[in-house]
Design a protein around this ligand. Sequence first.
Ligand SMILES: [Zn+2]
Length: 248
Amino acid sequence: MAAMIEEGIRLGLTSMCFTEHVDYGYVADGLEFVTDLSAYKAELERYRALYSDSMELLFGIELGLTPSLAEMLSACVKNWKFDFVIGSSHTVHGADPYYPSFYEGRREEDCYREYFQTVRENLEAFSDIDVYGHLDYVVRYGPSRNAFYSYETYRDEIDDALEALIDHGVGLELNTAGYKYGLGAPNPHPDILRRYRQLGGEIVTVGSDGHAPEHLAYDFHRVRDLLLSCGFRYYTVFRNRKPEFIKL
Ligand SMILES: [Zn+2]
């Protein structure tokens, strides 16, 4: 955390939001992907005091969504006073699209469609989140990644996901790690951001999915023009779960 804050200061940031992971029920390589929230909060408070003159530190979380976890997720959000909550599809009906086994014996296109369908399913079970994380995350990991991927190809599923977001008052995360993964675009693709705006969506937060200091604010210099070109005039920052709209 200290290394991230120091790098943030070096980059000229004045505010940062950590979004540690909570993926209940998910175990990979013997590890459960659930942050120790007490320890996380305590560390954040400690650094808040240490850096109070130079950096605002916000308390965020990224929840892995699955309908069967709705009660646990709801309790988590109620018990901890987060500034900001990202909800993400990290699994698809129990399978992890990060692993090749998810795609084995199936058409990549069907796998991607199934991924997008989880957005509405997840939101109908639990929607107490501020934004949906990296909406087209699956294209980071499919066998041909984003080579055959476009908004047009998945229009029905993506529109349905975006309408579900808007119905539930949930925004989109613009996640710049897509550039880091060599996709040549953020997640979601700008066509999806543009479509969300067309449908009436207004809430976009900006994150780098930075798991190490060198990835902090990754390619943020591209974001302003990109959002303007998609029809946005504001980006959003959450404090105490309340959106603040900041002119681009
Ligand atoms: Zn994620």
